[in-house]
Design a protein around this ligand. Structure first.
Ligand code: GTP
Ligand code: MG
Length: 666
C-alpha cells in the first residue's frame, strides 16, 4: 500500500550515539509490524538495516538505511543512521530527509557528547524530536536518572509520556501517562490493565506534570484546565503533536528493543504524534536527493524525498545542479536491501530512485523555474587525510576509480591527487571511516590498499639575493648547444609568487629564446630546492646573456635558466616554508585547560576564544602548522572523550623553525 495522502506518511530518522540500540529498535519495529517469526540480531549479523558486509563485520551501522513499513494505513519510512561519529555525514543525510528525529538513548549508559552533537544539529535546523529510552531491561538501567540526564543535556521541552514498570531485569511493562493505564508484556505481547497500586502516587504526579506541560502551550486548554477540566486523551495527544511539530516539545517513551517491550506503543505514537511531511503545495514534481549509494550489484540508488507532486515511472525533472533534464525510469520502496518496484509515489514520501547515475546527494529536481526547497543540512568538512597506496602498483587507476565511486556515497569523504607527489589522498572525519572505505574498495572492486601518513606540502624560498650566470655549452661534433643567461635572483614576501623580468637590451639574447629562459627557471623551481620541495616566491631579472648564431636553441636557453637557478640555490641556500592551518576547536568549557595545553604542544598560536551561549561550548580559534594536525583528530577525541570537534582550513605558509629541520626534513 502506498498512501496518496501525505498526512499518513511518517519520515523518521533514528539517531543517537553508537550502541544505543537504533538498529535493534528498527528491527523490533519491523518484527512487530511484519509479525515475523524470528527477529534479526546484531550479534547474528542478520538485521534488516545493517546488511552491508562491513556493518556485519564491525557490528555497527556504517550507512544510512531505509526501512519502509506500512501500518494501519500509515507509511512509516525509518532511516536508521550510524552512531559512530566517523559516519556523522550519514546522520546529516538522514536528518535532511526526515520530518522527525527519533533519538534512541540507553537507560543503562551515559548520554555522551555524540548524542548531544546530533541533538544540536537537529535543534539548529528546527527538526522535531522524540526520545526512546531503550535497554530498560539491562542491569543498572535507571529511568529517573536518564530523564534527569536528558533534562540536563537538552533543557526544557523534555516530556515523558510513559513510565516504566520496574527497572533492569524486573522491567515488565509501561504506564501510559495520557490515559493512565498499565501495559504489561509477556513474551513481547502486551496486556492492558490498571496501574499497580505501588506506583499510583508517582504516576499521578507524573501525569499532572505532563498535562500541565501540554496545556501551558494552549491558552484555551490552559483556561479550561484551571477550571478543573482535564482534556481527554485525544485532545492531549493532539496538543502534544502540535508542540512536537513546532520542535518545542520532545516526548519521551521507554522500552526495550531486544525484549520487544514498548515497541507496539512506540509505533502507535509515531503514527499519532510524529509530524507528517510538510510538502510544497505545488502540483509540479519536486524531488530532493539526500543520500546516494553506488553498489556494483545494486547499481546507483538515490534516496529521494518527493517535495511536491507525484512521481511516476518515466517522470521527467530538471536537475538544478547539472542543468539537465532527467528521466526517472524506475524507483523503489526499500526494506534494508530488499526493494519493491513502485509505479507512483506521492508528495512527502521517500523513494529510492534506481540507476540514475547522475544524481548526487543534495540534488534538487523540479521544473526549470521552481525554486529550491530548504537546503539539505551542510555536511562537515573532512579533517583527517591519509595517503592511499594500492597493494599492487598496477592497481593505481583501479583504486582511484573504486574510491571515487565509494566517496559518492559519503559526502564527508574526499579524494584528490597531490599535485606534487601524485599520491592519492583520502580525506574524511575519522580513521574507521577511512579504513572502512578501503574495505569496501576491496570487497566491491577487488582492489587492496593501505593508508599511510601524507607528505607535508613544504615549499622552499631563496634565502637572499644574488647575481648568477647560467651557462649551457655542449660540443659533440656537428651541431653544438650554447646559451648563456645572466640573472639577478631576489626574494619576495611569502605568497608573493614568481615573477620574471626581461631586462635584455641590445640583443644579447635573441627575443625568441627569452621565454625558454623563464621556462627553464620554472621547471627548475618545480623540480625542487635544497630539500627537494618546490621553490617559490622569488623574482628573476634576466639582464644579460650570450648566444651563438648556429648552436643556440630554445633547449640551450632553457638549460641555462635552470642552471642559473640551481647555482643561486647553491649559493644562497633556501628557507623551508611549512603550511599553517587555521582551526576552530569546539569543546565543553571544563576541558579548555587540557585542550589548550595540547594545542601548545603542537606549536599552535591561539588567536582567541569564545563562549558560545547557545550551545554552552567553548570555541578556540588558533593557527597550527598543518603537519601537527595529522593526528589531531585522534588526539582531540581522546583528550575530550569524544566531546571535542574541530575544523581546519589551510591559511598560509610560514618558515619552518630551523631547530625543526632535523626532525622533519630527513
Ligand atoms: N539488553 C538490551 N540490549 C540491547 C537493546 N537494544 C540493543 N541492544 C544491544 O546493544 C548493542 C548495540 O545495538 P545496535 O542496535 O547495534 O545499536 P546502534 O545504536 O544501532 O549502534 P550503531 O549502529 O553503532 O550506532 C547490540 O549488542 C544489541 O543487541 C535492549 O533493549 N536491551
Ligand atoms: Mg546501528
Amino acid at each position: 500500500m502506498n498512501p496518496t495522502n501525505s498526512e499518513k506518511i511518517r519520515n523518521v530518522a533514528v539517531v543517537g550515539q553508537t550502541g544505543s540500540g537504533k538498529t535493534s529498535l528498527v528491527e523490533a519495529i519491523y518484527h512487530h509490524i511484519e509479525k515475523t517469526s524470528r527477529k534479526g540480531r546484531i550479534e547474528d549479523g542478520n538485521t534488516i538495516s545493517d546488511f552491508e558486509a562491513e556493518e556485519i563485520k564491525h557490528k555497527h551501522s556504517i550507512s544510512l538505511s531505509l526501512v519502509t513499513l506500512n501500518y494501519g494505513g500509515y507509511k512509516i519510512n525509518l532511516l536508521d543512521t550510524p552512531g559512530v561519529v566517523d559516519f556523522i555525514g550519514e546522520v546529516h543525510s538522514g536528518l535532511g530527509g526526515c520530518d522527525m528525529a527519533l533519538f534512541v538513548v540507553s537507560a543503562s549508559e551515559e548520554i555522551t557528547y555524540d548524542t548531544r552533537r546530533i541533538w544540536n544539529i537537529a535543534a539548529a535546523n528546527s527538526i522535531p524530536r522524540m526520545i526512546f529510552i531503550n535497554k530498560m531491561d539491562k542491569d543498572r538501567a535507571n529511568f529517573e536518572d536518564t530523564i534527569d540526564a536528558l533534562s540536563l543535556a537538552f533543557g526544557a521541552g523534555i516530556a515523558p509520556i510513559e513510565l516504566p514498570i520496574g527497572n533492569g531485569p524486573n522491567f515488565a511493562g509501561i504506564i501510559d501517562l495520557f490515559d493512565e493505564t498499565s501495559t504489561s508484556y509477556s513474551a513481547g505481547l502486551p496486556t492492558i490493565s490498571e496501574i499497580p497500586a505501588d506506583i499510583a502516587i508517582t504516576e499521578h504526579r507524573a501525569h499532572d506534570l505532563l498535562v500541565e506541560g501540554i496545556v501551558i502551550a494552549d491558552d484555551s486548554a490552559m483556561a479550561a484546565y484551571l477550571e478543573g477540566e482535564v482534556p481527554p486523551k485525544a485532545e492531549l495527544e493532539e496538543l502534544m503533536a502540535q508542540g512536537v511539530a513546532k520542535a518545542q516539545v520532545f516526548p519521551v517513551v521507554v522500552g526495550s528493543a531486544t525484549s520487544q517491550i514498548g515497541i507496539d506503543r512506540l509505533v502507535t505514537f509515531l503514527c499519532e504524534i510524529a509530524p507528517p511531511p510538510n510538502p510544497n503545495t505545488s502540483d509540479a514534481l519536486g524531488l530532493q536527493t539526500f543520500k546516494t549509494y553506488s553498489d556494483p550489484f545494486l547499481g546507483h540508488l538515490s534516496l529521494t524525498k518527493i517535495i511536491s507532486g507525484t512521481l511516476k515511472v518515466d517522470s521527467e525533472c530538471f536537475n538544478h545542479r547539472s542543468n539537465a533534464t532527467e528521466k526517472i525510469h524506475s524507483f523503489f520502496s526499500l526494506v534494508g536491501k530488499e526493494h519493491l518496484n513502485l509505479a507512483t509515489a506521492s508528495s512527502g514520501d521517500i523513494v529510492a530512485i534506481a540507476k540514475l547515475g547522475s544524481l548526487r546527494t543534495g540534488d534538487f529536481l523540479g521544473t526549470p523555474n521552481s525554486s529550491a526547497p530548504r537546503q539539505l543540512l551542510e555536511f562537515p568538512k573532512p579533517t583527517l587525510s591519509y595517503k592511499v597506496t594500492p597493494a599492487a602498483k598496477a592497481d593505481e587507476e583501479k583504486l582511484s576509480l573504486a574510491l571515487s565511486k565509494i566517496i559518492e556515497e559519503d559526502s564527508t569523504l574526499d579524494i584528490h591527487r597531490d599535485t606534487r607527489s601524485h599520491a592519492l589522498i583520502l580525506s574524511g572525519i575519522g580513521e574507521l571511516q577511512l579504513t572502512t572505505a578501503l574495505e569496501k574498495a576491496q570487497r566491491r572492486y577487488g582492489v587492496k590498499a593501505t593508508l599511510s601518513p601524507c607528505d607535508v606540502a613544504y615549499l622552499e624560498s631563496l634565502a637572499g639575493n644574488c647575481e648568477v650566470e647560467g651557462k649551457y655549452k655542449k660540443q659533440s661534433g656537428g651541431h653544438g648547444q650554447f646559451g648563456v643567461a645572466r640573472l639577478r635572483f631576489g626574494t619576495k614576501e611569502i605568497g608573493g609568487g614568481f615573477s620574471f623580468h626581461d631586462e635584455i637590451v641590445g640583443g644579447s639574447i635573441p627575443r625568441q629564446f627569452i621565454p625558454a629562459v623563464e621556462k627553464g627557471i620554472v621547471d627548475g623551481a618545480n623540480t625542487g630546492g635544497k630539500y627537494g620541495f618546490p621553490v617559490v616566491d622569488f623574482e628573476a631579472h634576466l639582464y644579460d646573456g650570450a648566444y651563438h648564431s648556429v648552436d643556440s636553441s630554445e633547449m640551450a636557453f632553457k638549460m641555462a635558466g635552470s642552471i642559473a637557478l640551481r647555482e643561486a640555490i647553491e649559493r644562497l641556500g633556501t628557507v623551508v616554508l611549512e603550511p599553517i592551518s587555521q582551526i576552530k576547536v569546539s569543546i565543553p568549557p571544563q576541558l579548555q585547560g587540557e585542550v589548550l595545553g595540547n594545542l601548545n604542544s603542537h606549536r599552535a598560536k591561539v588567536l582567541g576564544s569564545d563562549h558560545d551561549q547557545a550551545t554552552g561550548r567553548f570555541i578556540i580559534s588558533a593557527v597550527v602548522p598543518t603537519n601537527e594536525l595529522m593526528t589531531y583528530s585522534n588526539e582531540l577525541r581522546s583528550i575530550t572523550a569524544g566531546q571535542g570537534e574541530f575544523d581546519a582550513t589551510f591559511d598560509h605558509y610560514e618558515p619552518l623553525p630551523k631547530a625543526l629541520y632535523g626532525k622533519y626534513l630527513t
